[in-house]
Design a protein around this ligand. Structure first.
Ligand code: PRP
Length: 210
């Protein structure tokens, strides 16, 4: 999978294991998501274009750099919200475009409930944020929305993917780079990632239903 990149940094493996742990509290879960999102964002943006910019230091003038491309952060609600703040810390001038999507429990198909992307003037680079890529249906729908908008360079940042889902996504969109902290071997009968980390949205927002 040429455009699928799994983080190899030991900190990613360390923090992903804490995230998976059933005894990790919602507060700690949010912290782990934050840290992993930063690691993903650094890796996913290491080839962004720069342009020269003049800087006055306390000592002299010099030619520095600033980002040359317009960057859009596209979190998939709800769980993608947990990745927004860390990515914005690294790219404070990015635009944030929320996409509302939930997975129908019976069919596992994504249902879109919020999308306010404008008609034109697309960003140059779109970073799709969602902690989970299970079947890949939600991220697929987000990528299609960004393509309709006209985004040329789309990158997916997802904490954990299922092998089957990421393989299918890569087959459908070989040009889209996917950055993950881990790839798990299985989807269970309910299309949950196994071993996985449970329902990221519910754990992040402490909203498990009995
Ligand atoms: C989860 C997750 C992804 C999606 C992954 O969201 O956050 O968006 O499912 O599954 P897929 O790859 O098979 O599409 P969920 O539907 O639980 O919504 P939530 O974020 O509001 O909890």
């Amino acid at each position: 999978m040429q455009n699928v990149f799994e983080l190899t940094h030991p900190l990613a493996a360390h923090h992903l294991s804490i995230l998976r742990d059933v005894s990790t509290t919602p507060a700690q879960f949010r912290t782990q998501i934050h840290l992993l999102a930063m690691l993903l964002a650094v890796r996913a943006t290491d080839d962004l274009g720069l342009e020269p910019s003049q800087v006055q230091t306390p000592l002299t003038q010099m030619t520095g750099n600033r980002l040359a491309q317009r960057i859009g952060i596209v979190p998939i609600l709800r769980a993608g919200l947990g990745l927004v703040e860390p990515v914005l810390q690294l790219i404070p001038d990015a635009a944030v475009w929320h996409l509302g999507m939930y997975r129908d429990e019976a069919t596992a198909q994504p249902v879109e409930y919020y999308c306010k992307l404008p008609a034109g003037n697309a960003v140059d680079v779109g970073l799709v944020l969602d902690p989970m890529l299970a079947t890949g249906g939600s991220i697929r729908a987000a990528v299609l929305a960004l393509k309709r908008w006209g985004v040329q360079d789309i990158r997916v940042l997802s904490v954990l993917a299922a092998k089957q889902g990421v393989e299918q996504f890569h087959q459908d969109f070989p040009e889209v780079k996917v950055f993950v902290a881990g790839i798990d071997p299985e989807l269970n009968a309910h299309k949950f990632i196994v071993p996985g980390l449970g329902d990221a949205g519910d754990r992040m927002f402490n909203s498990q239903r009995d």
